[in-house]
Write a protein that binds this ligand. Structure first.
Ligand SMILES: [Cu+2]
Length: 594
């Protein structure tokens, strides 16, 4: 009996206890799921794009702004966050899209923001929802990717901090973000008509370089040193074109994030009396190295660390100049202001001089210093490749029109975006012939093309899902003797390992020179005049991805190719991304998509 009593008295208690535990677990689970759903709540932005009057360089003009701002608002997120931008097109007479430069769009290829490739253009009055995960900390930016809307001023910064409880592999006390761009007084419509005219009317060099959307035209902040033909700028500080001043405290370390969204200019940035330590490129950590000036090409981003260890009773110039093209654009200038002195006090010495525009040895020395940091966030390159695509970059003619071509095909984008047409197997939406893997072996890259005629096309390089792809970008002489230009190539949807640069035509013997040990992991790589650049990437991101020269007029004249991989694995594409062209017609006939 005693045993029974004991059992009876214990049973209900233990049942109650079990019940209590289950309740606790349930409550904990509910709390946890609430907590995670809060954490995964997207960062929401409602943006209206419209043209507005603005004076980026002191001359009133029309810019493409977002929510009344130029440059557009900065997105600041943490690694792992979902960003949701509801984009409303308030332009009255043109479509729009926005590309999130450096964000790989894993699982959301329709949010890459490339017109004719990943989505339909957003028409006037329409709204498009960009929802994507920012999976990795780093310095990024966004910009228009339709026509020449980047040149029109459609851009802004996108900064991703490390996830909570994670740490950057370097220390800093404060930070600044510098978004660099170039600016023309002629409208992009005027520029575009020139590029597509016969004969072509070249847009010319920019009137101003802008730092965070601010530059000075027709006057100089540094005229009083006497080596400028320009007059001293008269600035109160309240102007839209007043320089963005960097206010610092002495004896601290600052992270300066620098991104270039120029339409044309390759740039060089220097800070008077200060060295910089380069630690990040395109969202990936680098083996830190010291430099007194930094080359940056369109489409690239860097972080540098700056120690404010100089005489704190002085201010210092930050100068930005043009590389790679004979500059007709004055340096952009701003001030590094030690808070211990007045920001209006001019620096003792004139601004740092930009290295000569054609000093390519200087540029190559800088590029060759860039190596990946040994860090868990950066994968090592596979030791071999499955497929090698060689892309010859040439300037050509087509019925008198000037074009840029890749293996003699100048890209002309189709009306129906590829993502939808490939996903739904539409055969008539684009050129079904395979674009060439190489160029004729006898082609002399040191001479203008013997036969300069090109054709336009929009075929796709279909990549085997999860295969390793090598790309050799081969530069050549342009149409004019002794001219070969710099082209910064940008890949969407991926980072690639930048295996190396070389001179002349790439040959089998150059393979030994490739860096498989610590190549930088990047999304943009430059090709130097008459040289080659070798890249490797893994085709592991289902979608259709642009790979193109980031110089906007060059892309506009056909300088790009299209890669596609694993498109059958792409989940349900939002209707708004495919409701145009032939995929749109499919909707109208009632067929199912997705
Ligand atoms: Cu180019």
């Amino acid at each position: 009996m005693g045993t029974l009593t004991y059992n009876f008295s214990v049973e209900p208690f233990s049942r109650r206890f079990k019940g209590l535990i289950i309740w606790c677990i349930l409550l904990y689970m509910v709390q946890c799921s609430l907590a995670t759903s809060n954490k995964n709540e997207p960062l929401f932005y409602k943006w209206e794009v419209e043209y507005m009057y603005w004076s980026p360089d002191g001359i009133e003009n029309v810019v493409m702004g977002i929510n009344g701002q130029f440059p557009g608002p900065t997105i600041r997120a943490r690694a792992g966050d979902i960003v949701h931008v509801q984009l409303i097109n308030k332009l009255h007479t043109e479509g729009v899209v926005i590309h999130w430069h450096g964000i790989r769009q894993k699982g959301t290829p329709w949010a890459d923001g490339t017109a004719s490739i990943s989505q339909c253009v957003i028409n006037p009055g329409e709204t498009f929802n960009y929802r994507f995960t920012v999976d990795r900390a780093g310095t990024y930016f966004y910009h228009g990717h339709y026509g020449m809307q980047r040149s029109a001023g459609l851009y802004g910064a996108l900064i991703v901090d490390v996830a909570e409880r994670e740490k950057e592999p370097f220390h800093y006390d404060g930070e600044f973000d510098l978004l660099l761009s170039d600016w023309w007084h002629q409208s992009v419509h005027h520029q575009e008509v020139g590029l597509s005219s016969n004969p072509m009317r070249w847009i010319g060099e920019p009137q101003a370089l802008l730092i965070n959307g601010r530059g000075q035209y027709g006057c100089s902040l540094a005229a009083h040193y006497g080596n400028s033909s320009l007059s001293q700028c008269n600035i109160t500080g309240a102007e839209q074109w007043a320089p963005y001043i960097l206010h610092v405290d002495p004896n601290k370390t600052y992270r300066i994030r620098i991104a270039s969204t120029t339409a044309l200019a390759s740039l060089n940035l220097a800070i008077g009396n200060h060295k910089m330590v380069v630690v990040e490129a395109d969202g990936n950590y680098l083996q830190p190295f010291e430099t007194s000036d930094l080359d940056i090409y369109s489409g690239e981003s860097y972080s540098v660390l700056l120690k404010t260890s100089q005489d704190s009773s002085q201010n210092y110039w930050i100068s930005l100049g043009v590389r790679g093209r004979e500059p007709q654009t004055p340096q952009a200038l701003t001030i590094l202001n030690y808070r211990t002195t007045s920001a209006s006090r001019p620096p003792l010495s004139p601004p740092p001089v930009t290295p000569r525009w054609d000093d390519y040895a200087h540029s190559k020395a800088f590029s060759n210093k860039i190596k990946a940091l040994d860090h868990k966030s950066i994968p090592k390159p596979p030791p071999t490749y499955h497929r090698r695509i060689v892309l010859l970059n040439t300037q050509n003619k087509m019925n008198g029109y000037t074009k840029w071509s890749i293996n003699n095909i100048s890209l002309s984008l189709p009306a129906t975006p590829y993502l939808g047409s490939i996903r739904f197997g539409l055969q008539n939406a684009f050129d079904q012939t395979k674009p060439p893997e190489d160029f004729p072996g006898h082609y002399d890259v040191m001479k203008p093309p013997v036969n300069s005629n090109t054709t336009t096309g929009n075929g796709v390089y279909m990549l085997v899902y999860y295969s390793t792809v090598d790309v050799i970008l081969q530069n050549a002489n342009a149409l004019k003797e002794n001219v070969s230009e710099i082209h910064p190539w940008h890949l969407h949807g991926h980072d690639f390992w930048l295996l190396g640069y070389g001179e002349g035509k790439f040959t089998k013997s150059d393979e030994k020179k490739l860096n498989l040990k610590n190549p930088p992991y990047r999304n943009t790589a430059v090709i130097f005049p008459y040289g080659w650049t070798a890249l490797r990437f893994v085709a592991d991101n289902p979608g259709v991805w642009a790979f193109h020269c980031h110089i906007e007029p060059h892309l506009h004249m056909g300088m790009g190719v299209v890669f596609a991989e694993g498109v059958q694995h792409v989940a349900k594409i939002p209707k708004e991304a495919v409701s145009c062209g032939l995929t749109g017609k499919k909707f109208m006939t009632g067929s199912h998509l997705g």
